[in-house]
Design a protein around this ligand. Structure first.
Ligand code: HEC
Length: 291
């Protein structure tokens, strides 16, 4: 296995998923303290299928060759019964959880595309950049892709708050680099740093709206800033200012190349609870992962 060694080294060095130059790394999260043991599923070991599907990032249909997330998981390892969720790790630092039950997997129907059919009918390894909502005052940096692209057919994600229509993590993901198998309840326990009801409500808001892009204490997603380190967010934004940050786009976002999407349906009640959780998780270490 020529590509396994560098992948392992990288994982040991940083705890981050290895780069997916010739495949996707799959591993199970070990109990706290143990080292993860990734298996790199190389593209050469997978049977690619062709699929014409709507791509939620482009808003149009495209023909891709690649594999379903399900096929990728089957090629990697047998899941243990306690592993009910896959954390999808992306090149840009996003981490998106996907429950692995049949109904959800069927509804999501995620496809890991390796090549795309271009205008001439040839399959090429070059995915179109994605730029969201161009306007005179809002031109964001483009999402670019490496050797694969995760294609979601629509905005659906089972973890979003009911009624969320303007935000979906799938609009922002790029290249799939790793799949981490976890037990969702055990993962949630690591972030229950207090038993206060308001704090726990805030954790729920984090999980529904922020965890795809932000982590805490060096754990979780790293597309946006860590909420605790080096500077705890709650110390420099009060709940009102945090609400405006989440709800609206920045006027200077274009010049600054900002990428955080607005979530216009966010309420002050949610953000006040979220702020309480941010404060609690800044004062307390995460709890051990004990599946
Ligand atoms: C799709 C990814 C994404 C989601 C979801 C997301 N953010 Fe961000 N966030 C970013 C990125 C990227 C940045 C870095 C600045 C930028 O590019 O906009 C950022 C920056 C921030 C910052 C630091 C910048 C500042 O001006 O204070 C805060 C605070 C923040 N986000 C809070 C949140 C909160 C709270 C949520 C959930 C309610 C959230 N974000 C959801 C991507 C995201």
């Amino acid at each position: 296995m020529p590509h396994l060694a560098p992948a392992l080294l990288l994982l040991l060095a940083t705890g981050a998923p290895p780069p997916a130059t010739d495949g996707v790394a799959v591993w199970r999260r070990p109990a706290t303290g143990a080292k993860p043991a990734p298996v790199v599923v190389g593209w050469s070991s997978l049977k690619l299928e062709e699929r014409t599907t709507r791509d939620v990032q482009l808003g149009v249909e495209r023909s891709y060759r690649g594999v379903t997330l399900k096929a990728l998981l089957l090629a990697a390892a047998q899941r243990t019964p306690s592993e009910d969720t896959a954390l999808l790790h992306f090149k840009n630092g996003m981490v998106v959880p996907v429950p692995l039950d049949e109904a959800t997997l069927g509804r999501l129907d995620l496809f890991v595309a390796r090549v795309v059919k271009d205008g001439t009918g040839a399959f090429v390894e070059r995915f179109d950049n994605v730029v969201h909502e161009r306007s005179p005052w809002m031109e964001q940096r483009a999402i670019t892709f490496g050797t694969n692209k995760l294609v979601a057919k629509d905005a659906f994600h089972p973890g979003l708050a009911a009624g969320t229509t303007k935000f979906t993590p799938w609009a922002h993901v790029d290249t799939l680099t790793g799949v981490e198998l976890v037990n969702a309840a055990a993962l949630n326990q690591t972030m229950r740093v207090s038993s206060d009801a308001r704090v726990l409500q805030g954790l729920g808001v984090f999980e529904q709206r922020c965890q795809y892009c932000h982590g805490v204490r060096g754990t979780g997603a790293s597309f946006g800033w860590d909420f605790v380190k080096p500077i705890p967010v709650h110390t420099w934004r009060d709940a009102e200012s945090l609400l405006y940050h989440v709800k609206f786009r920045k006027l200077a976002g274009a010049e600054q190349g900002l990428l955080m999407p607005p979530q216009p349906d966010t309420t002050i009640d949610e953000v006040r609870a979220l702020w309480e959780w941010m404060k609690a998780v800044s004062a307390n270490e995460l709890r051990p992962y004990a599946p």
